[in-house]
Design a protein around this ligand. Structure first.
Ligand code: TRP
Length: 333
């Protein structure tokens, strides 16, 4: 026990995150040049299921590699961040990863933060059954906007966990701003454990986003299916194809949907023209070198305490300590 007499259970805090105005955001994105659609709209029910399937694909190495790192080094992570802390998870995504970390770190309080209320409660309930003594404070909030945590025990050390290389789905300058915001949540001296996919050969990177079974393509195209259903659009799913490639200059995978002919698409009362070969940019996934990521984090006020990688150097999990003194370097790629 860690000096807490709490008997476990779930407390739920609803911060009522603003529902995205999907129609306005999609219309705005498709009016830009080049056209784009924000990646947050991938995750309807079918999209979330397809995403789970992506994480199991033979070509998609990040998930299993990060899980391997958590398995191999969980004990060392616990020695660094301490046991009995408050553990904040941003985006209560993967149940296996958080289980491994809860086992290794034995936190006093586990605080998952997620925008989806249903997903949050479902996974909190599942974890409460596996860890009956754990105090779970589930927070329904949009962690990309500023928010405060309902922390009633100020004496606990705080650790944040942000797995899955989700940090790579931000532009580097936005990623830095986001890390800074996490620093406000964990406070001076708080730790951040963050999974970051590493730069590597183009073949391995591109295969991870172009799997042989076409699940990633299906995931990308599902975005259009969702717009058809929820925004009364008339995208022909056979008239767009998935295209993902690594841009080494920018250090990022780009995902696109490419129009295979000249066509017009209607979304409610609006019409958008597509030329043959014109793309909709749907997502970026930045990859980093270890030093490069550490200097990005330094600019957000963190000291790099440790980094763990797998034997093949595919993926990294960083332990960063929030130093109250941000060094204010602007990260440039
Ligand atoms: N952040 C992870 C990555 O970029 C997971 C992910 C987000 C992803 N969107 C994706 C994976 C789209 C495949 C396709 O890899």
């Amino acid at each position: 026990m860690h000096g807490k007499d709490h008997s476990g259970g779930i407390r739920f805090h609803d911060y009522h995150p603003e529902p995205a105005d999907m129609r306005a955001e999609v219309v705005r994105g498709l009016s830009e040049m080049p056209k784009r659609i924000p990646p947050k709209f991938f995750y309807d029910q079918h999209g979330s299921r397809l995403f789970d399937a992506i994480t199991q694909l033979p070509e998609y190495y990040p998930t299993r590699t990060e899980i391997g790192i958590l398995k191999d080094h969980g004990e060392e992570m616990a020695e660094r961040v301490g046991r009995g802390a408050l553990l904040v998870e941003l985006g209560s995504g993967s149940s296996l990863k958080i289980r491994l970390l809860l086992e290794a770190l034995s936190p006093s309080v586990y605080m998952p933060v997620d925008i989806s209320k249903a997903h949050l409660l479902e996974s909190a309930e599942r974890l409460a059954r596996v860890f009956p003594d754990l105090e779970i404070q589930a927070v329904c909030a949009d962690y990309t906007s500023p928010f405060e945590l309902p922390i009633d025990d100020e004496s606990l050390d705080r650790t944040a966990f942000f797995p899955g290389s989700s940090v790579g789905n931000f532009q580097p300058s936005e990623a830095q701003e986001f890390l800074r915001r996490i620093g406000l949540v964990i406070g001076p001296g708080g730790r951040l454990l963050i999974g970051v996919d590493l730069l590597k050969d183009t073949g391995t990177l591109e295969a991870a986003y172009n799997d042989a079974q076409g699940v990633t393509a299906e995931f990308n195209l599902n975005l259009l299916r969702r717009l058809n259903r929820e925004l009364d659009a008339d995208f022909d799913l056979d008239a767009f194809r998935h295209h993902a490639f690594f841009d080494r200059e920018r250090g990022r995978i780009e995902m696109h949907l490419i129009s295979v002919r000249d066509q017009q698409v209607r979304i409610a009362d609006r019409v958008f023209g597509f030329d043959l070969g014109e793309s909709i940019h749907t997502e970026c996934s930045y990859k980093y070198g270890i030093d490069e990521f550490q200097s990005l984090a330094a600019g957000a006020g963190y000291l790099a305490e440790h980094v763990w990688t797998d034997d093949d150097g595919l993926f990294s999990v960083h332990c960063l300590r929030n130093s109250a003194r941000p060094t204010m370097t602007l990260f440039q790629r």
